[in-house]
Design a protein. Sequence first.
Length: 87
Amino acid sequence: MSTTAVGAGACYHRSEATIEVKRTFMEYAERSVLLVDHAKFGRRAPYLLAPLDAFDQIVTDSGADDEEIAPLREGRAQVRVAPVGRG
């Protein structure tokens, strides 16, 4: 799943209704994966979706700074960094 904002060890979203659905998905899924591009780091959104350590895997792109990726690696999630292609 995706999210609107990442910071302080958690991810956030603009829509409370969307969070309800995503939390239900996470509750029943065998595995949860967060997809978050570099533009989401340091952004704000009003509703807490989940702490980052609630995910089994986090995938981001190579546009994210090492300082932004380091907190992702502190949790239990496997972190993958996808290279950003040059068009």
